[in-house]
Design a protein around this ligand. Sequence first.
Ligand code: AMP
Length: 404
Amino acid sequence: MDTILVVNAGSSSVKFQIFAIEGEGRLRRQIKGQMDGIGSRPRLRAVDANGDPLAERAYQIESVSDIPAAMAVAGAWLRDELRINPMAVGHRVVHGGPDYERPVLIDYGVVSRLERYVALAPLHQPHNLAPIRSLLANFPSLPQVACFDTAFHRTHGTVADYYAIPYQLHAEGVRRYGFHGLSYEYIARTLPQIAPDVAKGRVIVAHLGSGASMCALKGGRSVESTMGFTALDGLPMGTRPGQIDPGVVLYLISEKGMSASNVQDFLYRSCGLKGLSGVSNDMRQLEASNDPHAILAIEYFVYRICLNAGMLAAALQGLDAFVFTAGIGENSAGIRSRIVEQLAWLGIAFDPVANASHARLISRSDSRIPVYVVPTDEELMIAQHTLSVLLNSPSSSPNRERVS
Ligand code: AMP
């Protein structure tokens, strides 16, 4: 059976999934795996579609010292032990810059274009490109597709993508991109099946995970997002502050003597729920804690989500539905109830019983604004994009080479 490999590469881990292509282009998830501890304590872990373990093994640091080596180990395991030879690979790539509005079939020209965006996403883009380069070198005719976190937001109106800085910087790429686009696109495609009447209207989607953002959808297209030039902006996150006065950064530099790389590290790793609480970046631990700073961090998280909901409702000129997704949005009934209660003024009548049981609809039937919980699936979105790029690019399907 033909399969698609989905790859999501980070700094020290490569997550991968295998999807089988069934009749009429339907995709069925077969395997979820990851190589983590790359360069420290490499481990391969994988489960099948039921969550039953397929592999759990450790490797010597020398044998899996970087992402290409991790790809080679995972590829050999898929090919030699499971007899899986994917017909194409779909990659999550954080930044598609101002130009890429949709996924793209990768060649060396695309790679060199995407390398230009490394400066825009220095902590993610190089890791996303590493497996692409190694597969291009080792399997030049294996189709690879880049799926971008920014692409879904390219439907924003011009004014939404500007900062009030000299306009030449906008042309240089200093603009609001928005992220988590694969998640929002999945929700936008799924919502018509769940709530066809509101899916055509004005919807706020709150993607609340270790990274968090919100998106305003009008007719299934993104018109505004809380994230901007980088994935630091907008809502507070596990370890990132969200919206912050740039004057704070100046203060860190002038008064604390921090270098640019110190500030970068600080903003990406030491702020957000972790920094404010001093307890943890994990919402489960914060919810279980009595520490006053953990309580403050939760209150701040909820408050900023509700403030941003007001902003996005203004961008949409009204609201027809609100959707929760991602780790916290899908699993924390406590956070959802705090948010929804603070958004009552928008016309939401909350259903605490439905919320506690993680029902799909957590507002009452008489609520003017329905509130849904919709699990996201970025990997399925990537697999779907990869298949459709493949079907629409005649040059990519015949005589294809398979990955190992
Ligand atoms: P994600 O990045 O979407 O995988 O979300 C990860 C985050 O979801 C974790 O850091 C947790 O804070 C949060 N999370 C997962 N499960 C729960 C839960 N049952 N209750 C509260 N937070 C959760």
